[in-house]
Design a protein around this ligand. Structure first.
Ligand code: TRP
Length: 329
């Protein structure tokens, strides 16, 4: 049996990049890996949204929106467990114990911490300790596999180190998990800056397609995507990153191959038109289900309540065991 855990931080609107890079796989593959809903856990990790300047009302709104979108995308509460991190106190309970296992030096070496802290005037302590909370998210469930983007690989590596160190010092308590990275082609880049990842926390949003963008907005963003000078349509990730990104998006939406698709076009404009329509069609059913779910808020409340209950029951014995092992009465 393989238990899977992954999380998404409500730090912005979910993008096409989040969908094609991660969520689509959670829906089509990950949630079905095991017949038990307890073995596929997906969490909206709201505590992680508080590590940098935040607006309480926005975090609350985004948390709900993300949970709704995960269901709209096809995560099925009968097949997997969907919950909000802060509803399950075991995460913070375990995080403290893991803070007593991690060192200051290893947290300061985390690339994301170095990049994010360098950009800020005041740095919240939680930005430094956030990978420990992430380790707690994963270890509380004795997770085997963590599907994440490459930017999170270092944090999963830290999680492995903490699990092994704890087990060695205090007796076997945690499963040592492994990261499962998406294929390279699943990395959607920013439409205005095709060498950077399409991110939900981007300041400028003309290069990011949000999952809830209206068709007209999607078309406009795609038609204005930065492409490279040159006129033949060829797939070349290094030399023509803008066009390559569009071809990859088209390939992901239609199930084709970027290089083969390139051969079917003789102008950038025609590529963009087809990409825009493909994205609109890809997101249409998701957006329809999202509206339907929004019309029935009680359903989401129920799903999240059940999810939290199930998650709590799973995490509790492991966190209790860690408390006993480390010397708490
Ligand atoms: N840090 C992850 C991100 O920014 C989100 C996350 C938090 C996560 N806890 C997790 C992902 C546990 C996987 C497992 O994308």
């Amino acid at each position: 049996m393989t238990r899977i855990f992954s999380g998404v931080t409500p730090s912005g609107h979910l993008t096409l990049g989040n969908y094609l890079g991660a969520i689509q796989r959670w829906v089509s593959v990950d949630q079905h890996r095991s017949p038990h809903p307890e073995d596929s856990l997906f969490s909206v990790v709201d505590l992680h949204a508080l590590t940098t300047e935040h607006e309480p009302a926005r975090v609350r709104r985004l948390t709900r929106q993300m949970a709704t979108l995960l269901l709209a995308a096809g995560l099925d509460p009968k097949v997997c467990t969907v919950f909000v991190q802060s509803h399950v106190e075991e995460h913070t309970r375990l995080s403290y114990v893991l803070e007593c296992t991690a060192t200051d030096g290893e947290l300061r070496r985390m690339i994301q911490y170095r990049e994010k802290s360098a950009k800020q005037q005041t740095v919240r302590v939680s930005l430094l300790t956030y990978p420990v909370l992430m380790a707690a998210d994963i270890l509380a469930y004795r997770t085997d596999e963590v599907p994440v983007g490459v930017d999170q690989a270092q944090h999963v590596e830290l999680t492995r180190d903490l699990a092994s160190r704890f087990n060695q010092r205090y007796g076997h308590t945690f499963t040592v998990p492994r990261a499962v990275l998406p294929p390279v082609a699943a990395r959607v880049m920013d439409l205005q800056d095709p060498v950077s990842k399409m991110s939900k926390s981007a300041a400028v949003t003309t290069g990011t397609v949000s999952l809830l963008d209206e068709p007209a907005v999607i078309r406009r963003k795609v038609m204005r995507a930065v492409t490279d000078s040159g006129s033949e349509v060829e797939y070349d990730r290094a030399e023509r990153p803008g066009l390559a990104n569009l071809l990859e998006i088209l390939a992901a939406c239609t199930g084709g191959e970027p290089a083969a698709l390139a051969a079917e076009y003789d102008s950038y404009g025609a590529v963009k038109k087809d990409v825009a329509e493909a994205v609109v069609e890809l997101l249409r059913p998701l957006q329809e289900r999202h509206s339907a779910l929004c019309a029935d808020p009680g359903y989401l409340d129920e799903v999240l309540r059940d999810g939290a209950e199930r998650a709590r029951a799973l995490a509790r014995p492991t966190v209790d065991a860690a408390y006993r092992a480390i010397g708490l009465l």
